[in-house]
Ligand binder design. Structure first.
Ligand code: NDP
Length: 435
């Protein structure tokens, strides 16, 4: 923490990994005294830049832009761009660090990176968002490339923003290439990419339950968030026979005791993706549901919790309530949504808990599949991509079991994911020498 003052999220993420990796390094002589963890916590490169753009009133606006190129041992840097007022070095370094392990777990050749801006897309017009994205890429383009660094979406960056950034990159470079993932289908995007993170999280949960011959069918589920990950986690959980009771946004959460079925979810998608409205509007459309302002859904009773909004959104007290209410599985859809104290509660209660770097890896895995399709200049069918996604999530699950199973039979998915992710990157770094 002396080397990285004022970076609490980054230190939290490193601490969580170090706890399981340091004992593993001590037990495995080939990794000892190679400064592997020390190297991994230092980004290979950090780019920080100014973004200026003109708002609809003709005023010049200024934002901060970043790209963290964390680790390229096993492939080009890969990771999303986040546009949110809270974005700073600490948040992006935590995300980039996690991304290195996550991408390693996917089995695909991708290094780790992350970037974004403190730009707040809320309340901005379509033209303002476009001008901002163009300005962002006008600087970032020189630092990225299909064999160097391939960004994607994250909070505040969806299909619209990726499209604007792709257009600007192509205009500057005069080159049609897979420089970003999460693109529209008509210009190189992959089917199932929008769905992949949420679907993958649910596939991972199903894999965990299967270790006890159980399944999602008939289970009640709490989802937080109502963005990309939350929407498709809700869709897949419902499809597999579960009943999703809640969704949320930064204003509060809605509880629908009848379940958020496909029809209601279509309303949420239109509300959030097209009208860019608030989740509170759900109860105007479906008066049986209740809106809880300023609260998160973790006080409600359900078998499964899928936090899909943002980091540190589920605290120790929330974890205790979930366990008391009979929750048997927590699957992180967001990155680091559960605080370390909350994770401890789940581990002590011996319920299923999957860290985001394992259970939300389906998004970046499918981005990897988008890169493959772009290189091949081919488009795979939805079934083919979905099948590959299912296989990858199962492989990640099984790797976590291999490295995380304890003598008493309990599977520590945190430890499993950290070690499985570490081994591949560490081996590549060792082979490539002191770089
Ligand atoms: P979106 O922007 O689509 O949605 C984010 C959701 O979380 C919104 O409902 C938003 O509410 C809520 N939210 C964001 N910030 C906060 C906050 N500070 N407090 C409370 N609620 C908040 O993002 P995604 O769905 O893409 O991302 C969600 C999480 O999943 C993030 O942690 C992201 O890093 C992670 N993730 C995403 C992947 C992807 O493929 N998209 C891949 C892997 C991980 P509001 O509308 O009010 O802001």
């Amino acid at each position: 923490s002396e080397r990285n003052p004022n970076q609490p999220e980054f230190i939290q993420a490193v601490h969580e990994v170090a706890e399981t990796i340091i004992p593993f390094i001590e037990e495995n002589p080939k990794y000892k005294n190679k400064m592997l963890l020390e190297r991994m916590v230092e980004p290979e490169r950090v780019v920080m830049f100014r973004i200026t753009w003109i708002d609809d009133q003709g005023n010049i606006q200024v934002n901060k832009g970043y790209r963290i190129q964390m680790n390229s041992a096993i492939g080009p840097y890969k990771g999303g761009l986040r546009f949110h007022p809270s974005v700073d070095l600490s948040i992006l370094k935590f995300l980039a660090f996690e991304q290195v392990f996550k991408n390693s777990l996917t089995t695909l050749p991708m290094g780790g990176g992350k970037g974004g801006s403190d730009f707040n897309p809320k309340g901005k017009s379509d033209n303002e968002v476009m001008r901002f994205c163009q300005s962002f890429i006008t600087e970032l383009y020189r630092h990225i490339g299909p064999n160097t660094d391939v960004p994607a979406g994250d909070i505040g960056v969806g299909g619209r923003e990726v499209g604007y950034m792709f257009g600007q990159y192509k205009r500057i470079q005069n080159e049609f290439t897979g420089i970003l993932t999460g693109k529209g289908i008509s210009f190189g995007g992959s089917l199932i990419r929008p769905e992949a993170t949420g679907y993958g999280n649910v596939y991972f949960a199903e894999n965990m339950l299967q270790t006890k011959n159980d399944s999602l069918k008939g289970k009640t589920v709490l989802v937080s968030g109502s963005g990309n990950v939350a929407q498709y986690a809700t869709e897949k959980a419902t499809e597999l026979g579960a009943k999703v009771l809640t969704m949320s946004d930064s204003g509060g959460y809605i509880y629908d005791e009848d379940g958020i079925d496909q029809h209601k979810l279509a309303f949420v998608m239109e509300l959030k993706n097209e009208r860019r409205g608030r989740i509170s509007e759900y109860v105007e459309e479906y008066p049986n549901a209740v809106y809880h302002e300023g609260k998160t859904p973790w006080g409600e009773k359900a078998a499964i919790a899928l936090p899909c909004a943002t980091q540190n959104e589920l605290h120790e007290e929330d974890a205790k309530k979930l366990v008391q209410n009979g929750c048997i599985l927590v699957g992180e859809g967001a990155n680091m949504p559960c605080t370390p104290d909350a994770v401890d509660v789940f581990k002590k209660a011996k319920i299923f808990f999957s860290p985001g770097k394992a259970s939300n890896a389906g998004g970046v895995a499918t981005s990897g599949l988008e890169m493959s399709q772009n290189s091949l200049r081919l488009n795979w069918s939805a079934e083919k991509v979905d099948d590959k996604l299912k296989t990858i999530m199962k492989d990640i699950h099984d790797a976590c079991v291999t490295y995380g199973k304890e003598d008493n039979g309990y599977i520590d998915y945190v430890k499993g994911a950290n070690i499985a992710g570490f081994v591949k990157v560490a081996d590549a770094m060792l082979a490539q020498g002191a770089v």
